[in-house]
Ligand binder design. Structure first.
Ligand SMILES: C[S@@+](CC[C@H](N)C(=O)[O-])C[C@H]1O[C@@H](n2cnc3c(N)ncnc32)[C@H](O)[C@@H]1O
Length: 258
């Protein structure tokens, strides 16, 4: 499959599970904010391969995972056959019965239609239900995006139109939540420098996993050239003692439907 034919909801589950387990490992901390209780009905929105969905199930909650990538859902079902996983999109999902909570780790920066996602989350919750999420904030991976943009300029490609992410500030996202009726009871933005696995290959793997849409208009050879240029630009700041560190910044939000 070349880049041009990769749809935006295609995820390589082997690359994700083998080399990017840090996503759900960091996400475990967010479970403290969810504090799932036995018998509660909880949706894991953008569940990926299901590792955090399983943690919520272990707490005794009735959890279900949804994701718009069928590859992720197939893998989640294989990993945890006792949990219900369905293909659904954050911007228009529906639930059978109102939920106690919606949980979402490392997903909402992929959802540019934030208003539609917030409306779907709001309508899926019971009164008093909670929404607990973490995702990339304003300034997330800024050094990497800047390096990709300048490397693409050499090919007369504007990175802006290929950028798949929405990285809001707390003010922006909390305002959207409040406009749709949520009470925002907790919000924090924090830097989380994230070491990448695989030594020298770490940045190239990360770009292939998460940032391949920037490379969509390039041939295979140009692809390699851009990754090399990005590595050269970032080495002085993000590569130390054989390890790449991505300049992550995260938002954590807890909101209640009154
Ligand atoms: C980095 S993974 C995180 C997966 C999981 N939450 C975890 O912590 O391991 C991001 C996930 O968001 C999903 N995703 C992105 N946009 C989505 C959308 N509009 N609706 C549902 N899922 C989406 C992707 O398919 C992917 O599985």
């Amino acid at each position: 499959m070349n880049n041009l034919s990769i749809p935006n909801n295609y995820w390589d589950t082997s690359l994700y599970e083998d080399k990017h387990a840090f996503v759900w490992q960091y996400g475990e901390d967010l479970l403290k904010f969810l504090n799932p209780q036995p018998g509660e009905s909880i949706l894991d929105l953008g569940c990926g391969t299901g590792q955090l969905t399983e943690k919520i199930a272990q707490a005794g909650a009735q959890v279900m995972g949804v994701d718009h990538a069928s590859t992720m859902i197939e893998k989640a079902r294989q990993n945890y056959p006792h949990i219900r996983f369905d293909v659904a999109d954050a911007t228009n999902f529906q639930v059978d019965k109102p939920l106690d909570a919606v949980f979402s780790n490392a997903v909402l920066h992929w959802v540019k239609e934030a208003d539609s996602a917030i409306a779907s989350i709001h309508q899926s919750l019971k009164p008093g239900g909670r929404f607990v999420a973490e995702f990339g904030s304003k300034g997330n991976v800024e050094a990497i995006v800047t390096a990709l943009s300048s490397a693409l300029e050499a090919f007369n490609i504007s990175a802006q139109t290929l950028n798949p992410w929405y990285f809001p500030s707390i003010g922006e996202y909390a305002t959207l939540l409040e406009q749709q009726g949520f009470d925002v009871i907790y919000a924090i933005l924090f830097p989380r420098p994230t070491p990448l696995a695989e030594g020298e290959a770490g940045m190239a793997n990360w770009i292939q996993m998460f940032a391949s849409s920037f490379l969509a208009e390039l041939s295979g050879e140009q692809h390699t050239q851009v990754i090399h240029a990005v590595e050269e630009q970032l080495k002085p700041t993000l590569y130390q003692q054989g390890t790449w560190t991505a300049d992550y910044r995260r938002i954590r939000i807890v909101a209640i439907k009154p």
